[in-house]
Design a protein around this ligand. Structure first.
Ligand code: HEM
Length: 398
């Protein structure tokens, strides 16, 4: 039996408590909610949603490192009715797998990463800016954030123009494969493109000279080469998926913070701003687990099969970890210890890639254009639970 905190129940009645699960589009300032929860009940049983919500830094770290948790299955028994290729992609993603399957997928994804060639981010950003400019105005989200991370990956893996165009056009559809709940239309459109996507990526693999590495993985894990190849294809698609939303978000949120705090004097200041944005206003706000055994977090007993929401964005503002946590301060010495990329076995594999990409792109912008002004301060956010992503950011650049 779980005991929701009595203090919280009183608090909840007083302020008409918002559930731990909400759409970022519905909440003007989620950080106020996190602050309240940190003060009142950092390990909270959210009865209506039947989930634990973890708000404090130390407890988030404890859960993320806890081996008695798994990433929840978002499509048990294929209830979503994904077709063969879509299902194969979903079931083999490093991001969503557990146990030995996770170890294999992670090893494969790390190999894929090692095959990326270095691409200059500045010139690609400059070209996208030129393309997106209407007179001196540009929607930073549509023209840059939604395109740049995927484009850099495509170039890093030397995809040709036709395949790059196909993947760039379809990325918005395929990212929906990660949604725990999908509409019938979303499933249909994912199913429609999965076979072509799988075919294109598989065809491209031969150019990456991975044969001997993949054969040794097959031997080591007693898999067929075909199984290994399919896992590679799934996780290469996974990299495009992972880069789209989170990569978009850091480019957007960092731009807003840099302009507001005027931290653009040199490239180092931009890099520090990107890192502090990851702590202060991260693109990813939470991630999920399911308990595989009973265990305690503080005094709370988490029971086997309980769902757990790890509120990374709240942990990042925990005053026990970060001094003056509610201040944007690029000079704070431990900003890099933010939890935005997770920690433990499932930590993001693209932490440094993402920081470098955002730093280079934003430095190009601030170095090239001397006056960058936000045209509409009323930023609207996408209707997502796990990510805080501006829909548009119109700026004028001179
Ligand atoms: C600012 C940008 C990004 C953020 C905030 C971010 C955040 C995260 C988080 C929170 C996780 C771990 C989830 C968990 O433990 O439950 C994760 C995992 C992962 N991310 Fe990222 N990510 C970003 C960009 C990227 C990019 C650009 C790529 C690929 C190119 C990527 C690839 C991955 C992969 C493969 C995993 C799974 C690792 C594993 O489960 O072993 N991420 N990311």
């Amino acid at each position: 039996m779980k005991y929701p905190c009595v203090k919280l129940n009183n608090f909840a009645k007083k302020v008409n408590m918002i559930s731990s699960l909400f759409l970022q589009s519905d909440v003007p300032d989620p950080y106020l909610i996190y602050e309240n929860m940190l003060n009142i009940n950092p390990v909270y049983w959210d009865e209506p949603n039947k989930t634990w919500a973890i708000y404090s830094y130390k407890h988030c770290v404890e859960i993320l490192k806890n081996t008695k948790t798994h990433i929840p299955d978002i499509n048990p028994d294929n209830v979503q009715k994904l077709n063969t290729d879509a299902l194969y992609i979903l079931n083999n993603l490093t991001r969503l797998s557990n146990g030995v399957e996770h170890e294999i997928a992670k090893e494969i994804t790390t190999i894929i990463f090692s095959k990326m060639k270095s691409v200059e981010i500045g010139p690609v950003t400059a070209a996208l800016i030129q393309n997106g400019l209407v007179e001196n105005k540009i929607d930073w989200v549509d023209s840059i954030c939604k395109k740049l991370p995927v484009l850099i990956l495509l170039k890093s893996f030397s995809f040709d123009t036709n395949d790059s165009d196909f993947i760039s056009k379809k990325i918005e559809t395929i990212v929906k494969i990660m949604l725990p709940k999908k509409t019938v239309e979303e499933v249909n459109s994912i199913n429609e493109i999965s076979e072509d996507l799988f075919f294109i990526i598989k065809k491209h693999l031969s150019s990456l000279a991975l044969e001997s590495l993949l054969s040794s993985i097959a031997e080591k894990h007693k898999m067929t080469l075909e199984q290994v190849i399919k896992t590679v294809v799934s996780n290469l698609i996974g990299l495009f998926i992972q880069s789209y939303d989170a990569g978009r978000g850091i480019l957007s949120n960092a731009l807003l913070q840099i302009i507001q705090n005027k931290t653009f004097s040199n490239k180092k200041a931009i890099e520090k701003s990107v890192i502090e944005t990851l702590r202060f206003d991260p693109p990813i706000h939470n991630t999920r687990r399911i308990a595989t055994e009973d265990f305690f977090i503080g005094e709370s007993l988490i029971k086997k099969n309980d769902f757990i929401l790890i509120v990374l964005a709240s942990a990042n503002r925990d005053p026990e970890k970060f001094e003056n946590a509610f201040e944007f301060n690029i000079e704070r010495s431990n900003n890099f210890e933010n939890l935005t990329f997770g920690i433990g076995g499932h930590m993001c594999l693209a932490k440094y890639f993402s920081i470098q990409l955002a730093t280079e792109a934003l430095w190009l912008l601030f170095d090239e254009y001397k006056t960058i002004t936000i045209l509409d301060h009323n930023i609207q956010y996408e209707p997502m639970i796990n990510a805080r992503l501006p829909k548009n950011i119109w700026v004028s650049i001179l």
